[in-house]
Design a binder for this molecule. Structure first.
Ligand code: G6P
Ligand code: MG
Length: 222
């Protein structure tokens, strides 16, 4: 039986995936990589330094920047991103997610955060959700990012549940792969083609409720 949920943050709880995109778009322009929707999609769920490397690789700039330059580019992106998220409030919680989190809490489910973002604690604070989670996996302590299972394995440990008692929620292909390899049930929010590896797919956060999850679970069992 399902006893907990492990949530990605950006693009699942908060409408911040677009801010990461906006900030990386600026970096891409600066280094001379053409920004495309495909590149934007492939960066979802990927850590800051790995995202930068993917932007450099996409423009054939793999070896054009020193480690010091790369750190400066990543820091600049983060400053720009932090300016964009500074004004976040409860209003920026994605549709339906506040009520989903609260009803899951009332129903006795335990919840944790499995986000690659070092800005996650600050964002949860802005959204007024900091107290709804048992714990947040600290991405600084991970040896590998998504799509490796490590972050979702740790998110289940935080909940003191076995993987098959947990549903992981994600908006990225890398995240769905991470959840699946961690042995959890994967719930995707977004494009059914991009996220086809997920067990349960929802096109919008607004559709995610305890009832709708249960009915999709019944369908995959039958
Ligand atoms: C999340 C986002 C990514 C972002 C990563 C690191 O996974 O989906 O777009 O690159 O977190 O975020 P940070 O805030 O630490 O740069
Ligand atoms: Mg995400």
């Amino acid at each position: 039986d399902i006893k907990g949920f492990a949530f990605d943050l950006d693009g699942v709880i908060a409408d911040t995936a677009r801010f990461h995109g906006q900030a990386w778009h600026q970096t891409a322009d600066e280094v001379g990589t053409t920004w495309t929707p495909q590149l934007a999609e492939s960066l979802k769920g990927i850590s800051r330094m790995e995202s930068l490397q993917m932007i450099l690789d996409a423009g054939n700039h793999t070896d054009d920047f020193s480690q010091v330059d790369k750190e400066a580019l990543a820091e600049k992106k983060n400053h720009f991103y932090q300016r964009l998220i500074a004004t976040l409030t409860e209003e920026d919680i994605l549709p339906g997610m506040k009520s989903f989190i609260h009803s899951a809490k009332v129903a006795g489910y335990k919840m944790s955060i499995a986000s690659a973002s070092k800005n996650a604690p600050m964002i949860l604070d802005h959204l007024g959700l900091a107290n709804d989670f048992v714990g947040i996996v600290d991405p600084a302590t991970l040896t590998k990012g998504k799509p490796d299972p490590e972050i979702f394995v740790r998110a289940a440990e935080v909940l003191e549940l076995s993987p098959n008692q947990v549903i992981g929620l994600e908006d990225s292909a890398a995240g769905i792969e991470s959840i699946n390899s961690a042995g959890q049930i994967s719930l995707a929010i977004g494009d059914a083609v991009v996220l086809s590896a997920a067990d349960l797919i929802f096109s919008s956060t607004a559709d995610v409720t305890l009832q709708s999850i249960q009915s999709k679970m019944d369908k995959i069992k039958s």
